[in-house]
Design a protein around this ligand. Structure first.
Ligand code: DQA
Length: 142
């Protein structure tokens, strides 16, 4: 079974982007750890990143089309703005887990609303790169 791990804008900069908030791991570091753990769980990880909202929408559709077990979605800033992502999550049967490195509720008020979270099965936020690992553990148990 495949788990899609979809990452939104600016997450290509992980490692050097505001490390005091997001840590020093790069997205490749996270991908490597997810792949190792997925193998132990008998799963496969398909990790992607885009700075374009429409790519994320199309990848959500693709997750359903290929019968992925789950999607881990860190929509980054689109979390707080994207009705299109909310509707895409609602529009597919594939379970989506919202993931964030930081805890948006402890940050600026514009991060307190999540249009992704109100459509997702659940949310894991605030544990840095470990948020992705915890979300994978959840997906493995669906
Ligand atoms: C983020 C939180 C968002 O508010 C922010 O726009 C990001 C990253 C996180 O993983 O903590 O880009 O999704």
């Amino acid at each position: 079974d495949t788990v899609f791990v979809l990452n939104g804008p600016n997450l290509n900069l992980l490692g050097t982007r505001e490390p005091e908030i997001y840590g020093h791991d790069t997205l490749d570091d996270i991908a490597g750890r997810l792949e190792d753990r997925a193998r132990e769980l008998g799963l496969r990880v398909d990790l992607r990143q885009s700075n374009h909202e429409g790519h994320l929408v199309e990848w959500l559709h693709e997750a359903q089309a290929v019968d992925a077990r789950a999607v881990l979605l860190n929509a980054a800033a689109y979390t707080h703005t994207s009705v299109a992502l909310h509707d895409a999550i609602k529009g597919i049967k594939t379970p989506v887990i919202e993931v964030h490195l930081s805890n948006p509720h402890t940050r600026e008020s514009f991060r307190h609303v999540s249009l992704v979270g109100s459509a997702a099965k659940g949310t894991i936020a605030g544990f840095g790169a470990m948020s992705y690992m915890l979300a994978l553990e959840a997906a493995a148990r669906f």
